[in-house]
Unconditional design. Structure first.
Lengths: 270, 284, 287
C-alpha cells in the first residue's frame, strides 16, 4: 500500500540525539555526507560505518525502522551495486563476453552500497529525531543569511512544513481514489506503458482537485489564526545550542579527523 | 437463493511486519438475493475491510467469499469481472469524479466493462434517472454540480454498471437532513425496481432503521449479530455495550418499558411509535 | 448578559456584479451575548456558513454592519484584534492542521501573534488539557481519529485565548463517537471557560444542547428562541425541510391526536417521562 512509505517520519523521544539542536544536526549531517564520500579505504569506511551504527543506536529507535527507510531505495542500491561490479579495473575474476568482474569492481560495489545505505540511514536519524517544525525552523535559520539575496526564506520553510504535513494525507487519499476507480473497473495493473499512464488520469485529476480544495481550506484556517508571513513571529520552541551540541560537534571533528588521517596513512583502494 | 456467502473470512493487514493487525476474524454469513442489508459497527470494527473483501479489492488472508456459489478468487486474473457484479460506492464518492462531463463520468464503469456505445448510453441515462439527476445536467462538468448532486453522479457511476449487489459505504455522510432523506429514498426506489441486493454501511441508526430488512453488527473484526432489523434494535443494551446506539424513538420505547409500561421495543420509526403509544393510551 | 457580537441588517453578495436578487444573506439582524451558546441551523445553502465567516471578518457585509466587542469587522486595521477574539473552526479537521506535531500546531496561532515562547508553552499545554488531548501532544495528526483531530483544531483556537469560537459544521465528517467527543468539549468550554460558542450544524440533537437556536432559510432568519421554544414548531420546521428530534416529533403527533402532553420535550428521557406520566394519570383516573 502507498501509505506504507515512511517519509521523513518523526518519532518522538528523549534521547541525546533528539535533544540536539536541529541546526547542529543538519550541519553535521551535511559534513557527514561529504566525508562518507571522502573515505578512500576500508579503514576509514569502517570508522564511518561504526560511528553511524553508534548514532543509530543512540537514538533509541528500533533498527527495523532504519531498515524500512532503506526498503524504499533498495532497488537503487542493488542496481548501482550490480552496475559497479562490472565497472572497474584490477584482477579479472570472471569474464563473459564484454562483461568482466574484477577485484576493483567488487570493491567499488561494496563502497557504493555501504555509502548509499549509510547516507540513507543517517539522514533518517535527522528526520526521525527532529520534529518537522524544528527541522524547517532550523533550515530557516541556517538559510537566514540568504535573505540579503532576497530569498524568501520564511516562505520556503513554511512551504516545507506544509508539504511534510500533507504528504501522508495525500498518499492516503491516493490510495482511496485508486480503490474507488478500481471498483469501477479501472485497470491499473496491466498493459503497456502508455495504457498505464493513461490509467492514472482518473486518479490524478481527483487528487489535484482535492489538493486544491485542501489548500483553500488551509489558507482560510491560517488566516483565522492570524498568519501574516514571518513578520513579528515568535516560536514556542526556541532553538538553542547547548553543551550537547558542542560535544557532538567535537566528536564529529574527531571522527572526520580520523577519516582524513586514515586516508593519508593507509593506501587508497578506490 | 443466496447471492453472497462468506465463509470463515479472516483478514490481516501488514502480515509479517511490525504493524500486523487483524481487521477481520472468522466471519461467516449468507445474504439472499434481493435483500436490503444494513451493516453497523463503530470506526475500526472491520466493516470497511469487510465490504472491500466482498468486491475483491482486498484478498482474504483466510476463508472465502462466494458470489452465486463461486469463489470470487477462483480466477484472480478475472477479479475485475467480480467488481462489476458487486458494485461499491465508497465514502465521499464525489471525490472520485474526474471526467469532463457528468455523462462521461457515469459512463466510465460501463466503458471499462467493454459494452457497446448504445448500451452504455442507455445505462447512463437510466442510472442518472435513478439517482434523480436531470437530463441537462449530464452535459455539465461534474465540478459545477452542488455537493449533493456530485454525490448522486458518483453513485450513478456505480449503478450504471448494473451490479447484482450494490454496496454503499456511508452514502449520506456530510449531507443535510433534506439531502439525506432524498438520497435514501432514491436508494430504496432503486432497490425496489431493480430487485437486486443492497448493502448499506452507516453510522446513522435512523437511516438503517428506515430502510433495511436485516442488519449485520460488527465489533472488533467479528460478527456480533445478523438478524431482522427490528430484532437487532430491540437488543438495545447489547448494542450499547459495543458502543452503538439505537434510534431515539427505539430508545424512548426502551425507557417506557423500563418504567413498566408494556410497549413493543422493536419500534423503529416515529409513526410506529405513535401508533404503539396511542394503542396503550386508549386501552387504559 | 453583555452584548458581544452585533449583526445589524447585513446583506451579503458573493459576486457584486451579479443580479441584485442574488444575496447569500438578506437582512440579518442578530445579537450574540457574551458567554452564550448559540446554534445556527438550516439546510445547505441557507447562508449559515456565509454568516459564520462574517463573524471573524473573513467576509465583510455588502451592506450593513457587524461589530465584535465594539469593533466593526470592516475596520482593516483591527483585523487581527477581531480574529484574536473570534476563532473559527472548519468542517474538515484534516485541512486546518498546519504542523506535523500536535503541540506545534496548537502553538501556530500564538506564534503568529508574537507571544513570548514561555507563555506559548503554557497556553498550549492549557489548551490541550482543555480539549483532553494533552496525552497526544507529541503525536503526528495523521495517526489521530477524526474527533481527536477536530479537538486539536479547537485547541489551536483556544490557545489564542479567544472570547468566542465559531464552529462551522465541526462534526459533519465525524463518526458518532467523534461527534460526542467534540460536542462534550464544546459544551465544557462554554460552561467552564465562559467562551461564547456559535455552532453551525444540521444535527438537531446538537442544536438541542445550545442556549438559543437560530433557524435560517434562504439567507434570512426564520426563527430564533430557546430549543424548547423552537423545536415544538414541527410544522414550520418541516415546511422549511428541517428535521426535528424524534422525541419532539412523537410528542407533537400525540398532542395533535388530542393527548395532554407538555410541549418543549427535546430528548428521549423527557419524552419517556412525559408519556409515562400521562399513562399514570389515565390509570389513576380510571381506578
Amino acid at each position: 500500500m502507498v501509505r506504507d512509505i515512511t517519509l521523513g517520519q518523526y518519532m518522538p523521544g528523549h534521547s541525546l540525539i533528539h535533544q540536539m539542536d536541529a541546526r547542529m544536526k543538519t550541519v553535521l549531517l551535511l559534513a557527514y555526507i561529504v566525508f562518507i564520500f571522502l573515505c578512500k579505504n576500508f579503514i576509514s569506511l569502517l570508522i564511518m560505518a561504526l560511528f553511524s551504527l553508534l548514532v543509530i543506536f543512540m537514538t533509541k529507535i528500533s533498527f527495523m525502522k532504519y531498515l524500512k527507510s532503506l526498503r524504499v531505495i533498495m532497488v537503487v542500491i542493488l542496481l548501482t551495486g550490480v552496475m559497479n561490479i562490472f565497472y572497474g579495473s584490477g584482477t579479472v575474476l570472471w569474464q563473459w563476453w564484454e562483461l568482466k568482474i574484477t577485484t576493483g569492481g567488487l570493491i567499488n560495489a561494496a563502497f557504493v552500497v555501504v555509502r548509499i545505505a549509510m547516507l540513507m540511514m543517517v539522514s533518517s536519524v535527522l528526520t526521525y529525531t527532529t520534529s518537522p517544525t524544528d527541522l524547517t525552523d532550523g533550515l530557516e535559520r541556517l538559510m537566514k543569511p540568504l535573505t540579503i539575496f532576497h530569498v524568501k526564506v520564511h516562505e520556503i520553510a513554511m512551504m516545507m512544513t506544509i508539504a511534510l504535513r500533507f504528504i501522508p494525507v495525500l498518499l492516503e487519499e491516493t490510495d482511496k481514489i485508486m480503490n474507488a476507480q478500481k471498483a469501477r473497473g479501472a485497470d491499473m495493473e496491466s498493459g503497456h506503458l502508455v495504457k498505464r499512464v493513461k490509467a492514472l488520469i482518473p486518479v490524478l485529476i481527483p487528487l489535484f482537485v482535492s489538493a486544491f480544495r485542501r489548500a483553500g481550506d488551509l489558507a482560510t484556517a491560517m488566516e483565522c489564526r492570524c498568519y501574516n508571513g514571518g513578520k513579528n513571529r515568535t516560536r514556542m520552541k526556541v532553538l538553542h545550542l547547548s553543551g550537547k551540541d558542542s560535544g557532538a560537534a567535537a566528536v564529529c571533528v574527531l571522527l572526520f579527523g580520523s577519516v582524513i588521517f586514515s586516508n593519508l596513512y593507509f593506501p587508497a583502494v578506490i | 437463493m443466496s447471492v453472497l456467502q462468506v465463509e470463515n473470512l479472516r483478514f490481516v493487514y501488514g502480515t509479517d511486519t511490525a504493524f500486523e493487525k487483524t481487521a477481520l476474524d472468522d466471519v461467516s454469513f449468507t445474504i439472499e438475493s434481493g435483500e436490503f442489508i444494513g451493516i453497523i459497527g463503530h470506526t475500526g470494527s472491520g466493516k470497511s475491510t469487510l465490504v472491500q473483501l466482498l468486491n475483491g479489492l482486498l484478498r482474504p488472508t483466510e476463508g472465502r467469499v462466494l458470489l452465486d456459489g463461486k469463489d470470487i478468487w477462483e480466477h484472480p486474473k478475472k477479479i475485475r469481472q467480480i467488481r462489476f457484479k458487486v458494485g461499491m460506492v465508497f465514502q465521499y464518492p464525489e471525490y472520485q469524479l474526474f471526467e469532463e462531463t457528468v455523462y462521461k463520468d457515469i459512463a466510465f464503469g460501463p466503458g471499462n466493462m467493454g459494452l457497446k456505445e448504445d448500451e452504455i448510453d442507455q445505462r447512463v441515462r437510466q442510472a442518472a434517472a435513478f439517482t434523480g439527476l436531470r437530463e441537462e445536467q449530464l452535459s455539465c462538468s461534474p465540478f459545477e454540480l452542488s455537493g449533493g448532486e456530485k454525490r448522486r453522479a458518483a453513485i450513478a457511476g456505480v449503478i450504471a454498471m448494473d451490479p447484482d449487489v450494490l454496496i454503499l459505504d456511508e452514502p449520506t455522510a456530510g449531507l443535510d437532513p433534506l439531502g439525506r432523506e432524498a438520497l435514501l429514498a432514491k436508494i430504496a426506489d432503486y432497490h425496489k425496481v431493480r430487485n437486486n441486493t443492497v448493502l448499506l454501511v452507516s453510522h446513522s441508526m435512523e437511516d438503517i432503521a428506515k430502510s433495511t430488512d436485516r442488519v449485520l453488527v460488527m465489533d472488533h473484526g467479528k460478527k456480533v449479530m445478523l438478524d431482522r432489523t427490528d430484532a437487532v434494535f430491540s437488543k438495545g443494551d447489547e448494542l450499547e455495550k459495543i458502543g452503538l446506539r439505537v434510534p431515539q424513538i427505539t430508545r424512548i420505547m426502551w425507557l417506557l418499558k423500563e418504567k413498566g409500561i408494556p410497549v413493543d421495543t422493536s419500534v423503529l420509526t416515529v409513526e410506529k411509535g405513535f401508533q404503539e403509544i396511542v394503542k396503550i393510551l386508549s386501552s387504559q | 448578559m453583555k452584548d458581544f457580537i452585533n449583526i445589524n441588517h447585513v446583506y451579503y453578495q458573493y459576486d457584486e456584479d451579479a443580479a441584485s436578487d442574488q444575496f447569500a444573506l438578506k437582512g440579518i439582524d442578530l445579537t450574540l451575548g457574551k458567554g452564550e451558546f448559540v446554534a445556527i441551523v438550516g439546510h445547505n445553502g441557507c447562508g449559515k456558513s456565509t454568516l459564520a465567516k462574517h463573524l471573524n471578518s473573513l467576509y465583510v457585509p455588502t451592506t450593513g454592519d457587524i461589530t465584535v466587542d465594539g469593533i466593526n469587522t470592516k475596520d482593516d486595521d483591527r483585523l487581527f484584534e477581531i480574529r484574536k477574539k473570534v476563532g473559527l473552526v472548519l468542517q474538515n479537521p484534516d485541512n486546518q492542521i498546519v504542523a506535523g506535531i500536535v503541540e506545534e500546531d496548537v502553538a501556530f496561532g500564538c506564534e503568529n501573534l508574537g507571544i513570548p515562547s514561555d507563555e506559548i508553552r503554557s497556553r498550549v499545554d492549557a489548551a490541550l488539557k482543555a480539549v483532553d488531548m494533552y496525552a497526544y501532544r507529541t503525536h503526528s495528526p495523521d495517526k489521530l481519529s477524526g474527533g481527536q483531530k477536530q479537538r486539536v483544531a479547537i485547541a489551536g483556537i483556544i490557545a489564542m485565548e479567544p472570547e468566542c469560537i465559531v464552529l462551522d459544521e465541526p462534526t459533519a465528517m465525524l463518526d458518532p463517537q467523534g461527534r460526542d467527543e467534540v460536542m462534550t468539549t464544546i459544551a465544557r468550554l462554554n460552561r467552564e471557560l465562559g467562551i461564547t460558542i456559535v455552532l453551525i450544524t444540521h444535527y438537531m440533537e446538537e442544536a438541542v444542547m445550545a442556549d438559543r437556536v437560530v433557524v435560517m432559510d434562504s439567507g434570512t432568519i426564520l426563527l430564533t428562541g430557546t430549543p424548547a421554544e423552537v423545536f415544538p414548531q414541527v410544522e414550520l420546521l418541516k415546511q422549511h425541510r428541517l428535521d426535528v428530534p424524534q422525541a419532539t416529533e412523537l410528542i407533537y403527533q400525540l398532542r395533535g391526536a388530542g393527548y395532554d402532553l407538555p410541549q418543549g420535550v427535546l430528548n428521549a428521557g423527557e419524552c419517556a417521562d412525559a408519556i409515562a406520566g400521562l399513562i399514570e394519570k389515565k390509570r389513576a383516573g380510571k381506578v
